[in-house]
Design a binder for this molecule. Structure first.
Ligand code: NAI
Length: 372
């Protein structure tokens, strides 16, 4: 297995710096092999298109740890049902991937590399197909927007009800979202900001700093109550371990508060014994949109404390600085279960702080949507 993983990583270095060419070749080949596949992708390919290749490559690079990535790949397979991907498509994608790798790598590509990628792709696609096949849920749910509130110039909190079928997510997980009316076939992941409930209602917190994020832009600025969304495949491992008796540290940056709020709501249904400390960082006080709701939860639950922090307001009447630094000031957190949610850089900084406190990695849960 070590040799196999080394071959994959070594060969990846031949194409890594030429991602654009790899991606261009992959999609050109894919659509030539099966022109029908083009209809599964959005009209505007930049950004979205790369996600497929990205997912394949990420999975291939993690093949040396098959146990821990088994569930990830199955979930990815379940998630891909929303694109109406079938087993024949997986075979076509494999051919396009191999062609793209060979032509981008050039003369240094060899037979050993070729075999390693073919084996890796076969293993990954088999797991993804198994995940898709065993999924009893629909490929996606329709969700009707119930409420939409602008809580800042760039930020919205919205709720929607999944229609027809129950949507079984766990507190802390994320789902894929599409807004067919404005951006058909463009899917992005968002953490669900509330705990599962009998009403099948999901809450999302979305922020889009000026100019960034098509889908987030539509969710913040265009979506209205009554609009239909599509939701797919709950994923992610930032979930509660109910068997643990350790106290909890949750660190959230900006709208990274969403999954943390869901976890706290879930804890409110059964916790009596674990202290739960939430650190909630934002740039300015006006960005702490969720603070009033959190304060209500603190009033209701004696085991909960919330510490807000502002990183860009030297006059803030509370903790100042990046939330990762603030957490360090309150530590050590060595004996806590830790949850971290925010931008990739915020997560990285917080993981470093927790490593200094010697928190065992197995007690830290996080999901990032960007590369760490
Ligand atoms: N499950 C998850 O991990 C989730 C992650 N997110 C991500 O969270 C991010 C939130 O973005 P915004 O609301 O714009 O937050 P932001 O960029 O305004 O940052 C909020 C706070 O996070 C901390 N922070 C940011 N960059 C940092 C750095 N380099 N080092 C240390 N601390 C840092 C600071 O305390 C800052 O005040 C997005 O990237 C979003 O994709 C959102 C929801 C769920």
């Amino acid at each position: 297995m070590e040799h196999f993983a080394r071959l994959l990583k070594e060969s990846w270095t031949l194409v890594e710096s030429d991602r654009e060419r790899l991606s261009g070749h992959f999609y050109a080949r894919l659509f030539l092999l099966d022109p029908e596949l083009r209809t599964l992708f959005p009209a505007e390919m930049s950004g979205q298109g790369d996600r497929l290749l990205e997912a394949i490559v990420t999975a291939t690079q993690t093949v040396d740890d098959p146990e821990s990535f088994d569930e990830y790949l199955r979930a990815l397979g379940r998630d891909h049902r929303k694109y109406h991907v079938d087993p024949a498509h997986y075979a076509t994608m494999g051919v396009a991937l191999m062609d793209a790798l060979r032509s981008t790598a050039g003369d240094d590509w060899n037979l050993e590399y070729d075999q390693a990628w073919r084996d890796a792709y076969a293993a990954i696609s088999a797991k993804m197909m198994a995940g898709a096949e065993n999924d009893r849920n629909p490929p996606f749910w329709h969700g009707e927007v119930l409420t939409h509130e602008r809580v800042g110039p760039d930020t919205a909190v919205l709720t929607c009800r999944a229609l027809q079928y129950p949507l079984p997510w766990r507190a802390g997980q994320y789902v894929s979202v599409e807004v067919p009316r404005y951006l058909p076939r463009v899917w992005r992941t968002y953490s669900v900001a509330n705990a599962p409930n009998d009403d099948n209602v999901l809450e999302f917190h979305v922020r889009t700093p000026t100019g960034a994020g098509w889908l987030s832009g539509a969710l913040v600025r265009r979506v209205r109550p009554g609009d239909l969304l599509r939701l797919a495949a709950p994923m992610g491992s930032m979930t509660l371990d109910r068997s643990s008796t350790r106290d909890i540290l949750a660190v959230a940056g900006g709208v990274g508060l969403a999954p943390v709020k869901a976890l706290v709501e879930e804890l409110a249904t059964y916790n009596r014994t674990r202290w739960v400390h939430v650190f909630y960082g934002a740039r300015r006080p006006a960005d702490l949109y969720a603070l009033p709701g959190l304060r209500e939860l603190v009033e209701a639950h004696p085991w909960l404390s919330v510490t807000p922090a502002c990183s860009e307001d030297p006059d803030f009447d509370g903790e100042r600085g990046a939330v990762s630094d603030v957490v360090t000031r309150y530590g050590p957190w060595t004996n806590h279960d830790c949850y971290v949610s925010g931008s990739a850089r915020m997560v990285r900084a917080t993981l470093r702080a927790l490593a200094e406190d010697e928190v065992p990695p197995s007690r830290i849960r996080y999901d990032t949507f960007g590369n760490l």
